[in-house]
Design a protein around this ligand. Structure first.
Ligand code: F6P
Length: 325
């Protein structure tokens, strides 16, 4: 019987729990007789032939570490068809029989392209703080990120309340509002602005004024980066200078602090189950799928479907205003 030789890599933005997923892939794989090769720095590592044969000890004492010990990258070359074809040739030359990629939507788009040039088994494991992958209720890293952001927002609330200020806090999430919505609910934000809903600046300015009339001492407005599009200062100016409704505000951009840190218990649980399940899928011959979790059950989702738009929780969104009275 031919031994399976599986490459595993992390790609795109790092997310807490990637190491836990890597550990599960390596140990479940080796325990089941699979050769596991780590590819360093995502897709770039294929071109650089940055391969490392893994042993159970290679992933010792990493389950609690944030980031990824095998590094990650965004690889320009892999966006081009010639790059993908070249990567496929390298995988053939080294006799890889499959790949497990831990990453987000960009990573999965890369896998779909690779399938056109390479017939090895391809499995995606959803790892991104954004939680914007269709087909899985949660992605690895999201739970830790929202805990981190909520801690920051609690601190901002302390100073906002003491100085009786309005704060606008920009959080990550690309074109999705999952982080903004969950942290907005978790910290009792007065408003949450997400790309999934149209934004009426005048209406928000009115809400701030009304909050002051109701003697609220502090106001926190959480803005998803997909709303401000890297122009949070301009966005803020427009919001705070609505005619007759002007107000002062402080801006806080949380940035990459949201991506770091030791993974939460939930992220370790999710990452471990998904990593091990990716190996099980390899062993049963699956390919072209993402492993995910729906209603606490492990599922396989065709990679092609993972790019669909995932819906936010409309009910939670509808509560924000009532809960801020
Ligand atoms: O996808 C994860 C993420 O943190 C997004 O929320 C954010 O827009 C992006 O990555 C930032 O990427 P980079 O670290 O490459 O600037």
């Amino acid at each position: 019987m031919n031994e399976k030789k599986i490459g595993v890599f992390c790609s795109g933005g790092d997310a807490p729990g990637m190491n836990a997923a890597l550990r599960a892939v390596v140990r479940r794989g080796i325990a089941q007789g699979v050769k596991i090769i780590a590819i360093h720095r995502g897709y770039q590592g294929i071109f650089d032939e940055a391969f490392e044969k893994m042993t159970p000890r290679s992933v010792g004492n990493i389950i609690q570490l944030g980031g990824t010990i095998i590094k990650t990258a965004r690889c320009e070359k892999f966006y081009r068809e010639e790059g993908v074809a070249e990567a496929a040739e390298i995988l053939k030359k080294h006799n890889f029989t499959g790949l497990i990629a831990i990453g987000g939507d960009g990573t999965f788009r890369g896998l779909i392209e690779l399938q056109k040039h390479w017939d090895g088994q391809i499995i995606g494991v959803p790892g991104t703080i954004d939680n914007d992958i269709f087909g899985t209720d949660y992605t690895i890293g999201f739970d830790t990120a929202i805990d981190t952001v909520i801690q920051m927002l609690d601190r901002i609330r302390d100073t906002a309340e003491s100085h009786e200020r309005v704060f606008i806090v920009e959080v990550m999430g690309r074109q999705s509002g999952f982080i903004a919505l969950e942290v907005g609910i978790g910290c009792g934000a007065e408003a949450v602005l997400i790309p999934e809903h149209p934004i009426n600046l005048r209406e928000i300015a009115k809400q701030v004024k009304e909050a002051h009339k109701r003697e609220k001492k502090s106001v926190i407005i959480v803005v998803a980066e997909g709303v401000s599009n890297n122009k949070i200062f301009e966005f803020c100016n427009k919001l705070t200078n609505q005619e007759g409704l002007e107000f002062k505000t402080h801006i806080s951009i949380l940035g990459h602090v949201q991506r770091g840190g030791s993974p939460s218990a939930l992220d370790r649980w999710l990452a471990t189950r998904l990593g091990a399940f990716a190996i099980d899928c390899i062993l049963e011959g699956s390919t072209g799928i993402m492993v995910g979790e729906q209603n606490h059950q492990l599922v396989k989702v065709p990679l092609k479907e993972t790019g669909k738009k995932k819906s936010i929780d409309q009910y939670a969104y509808s509560l924000i205003r009532d809960l801020a009275i």
